[in-house]
Design a protein around this ligand. Structure first.
Ligand code: AMP
Length: 190
């Protein structure tokens, strides 16, 4: 068991709570960062199933057409979720990984910029899309991914993640930009 002595995977409301299974690695990849490592969630078969089921139960009646997963940890969540929801899966990838025509969005990192891309034919206008990543920090990654979805004429129904770090303001930024946001758990601080 990680982080505390809770012996089950439910919170007081009886809902799946992934928090106890997320490993915090201090000062990685650099001093001051508390890295929230989800590999410890994925490596327990029962917990991994409960994690995906938690997303499935949330979204099974949302009439989603496509799940958009963000490179790379969003793929781990988005592909099984799309399979269970019986939807398409669309990858949003870091620059230079997609072979066909792409649209791209630059976004700010702490030092410099990064670029996300989507295939130009990946979504059709009007499709209802769920965008998923593992964690929301400043929100820059999800804002860029949502912009790509909208530029293809599709509708972002919701942004979701396992973890929100509310003190970094990302979920608030997304809500201010007009998106609905939902994470399974929160960690204080950064
Ligand atoms: P942001 O664009 O600032 O919201 O950052 C979110 C992206 O960076 C996600 O793809 C996360 O996987 C990664 N990330 C940022 N901060 C952390 C953290 N403290 N622990 C784990 N992953 C993080």
């Amino acid at each position: 068991m990680l982080n505390n002595s809770v012996q089950n995977t439910e919170n007081q409301a009886g809902l799946f709570d992934p928090k106890a299974y997320i490993r915090t690695v201090p000062d990685w990849p650099k001093p001051g960062v508390q890295f929230r490592d989800i590999t410890t969630l994925l490596s327990d078969a029962r917990v991994f199933r409960q994690l995906i089921d938690a997303f499935v139960h949330r979204y099974f009646d949302y009439k989603i057409d496509a799940v958009v997963g963000i490179d790379a940890r969003g793929f781990i969540l988005g592909a099984p979720l799309a399979y269970q929801l019986n939807t398409a899966f669309v990858p949003v990838r870091k620059q230079g990984k997609l072979p066909f025509d792409t649209l791209e969005e630059a976004y700010e990192l702490e030092y410099g910029q990064a670029v996300l891309q989507i295939h130009a034919d990946a979504l059709k206008p009007g499709q209802r899309v769920l965008v998923i990543d593992d964690l929301i920090a400043t929100g820059g990654t999800l804002v860029a991914a949502c912009s790509l979805v909208q530029r293809l004429g599709a509708e972002v129904v919701e942004c979701t993640a396992i973890v929100d770090l509310p003190d970094l303001g990302g979920s608030q930024t997304l809500r201010r930009a007009g998106y609905t946001v939902r994470a399974l758990c929160e960690f204080e601080g950064d």
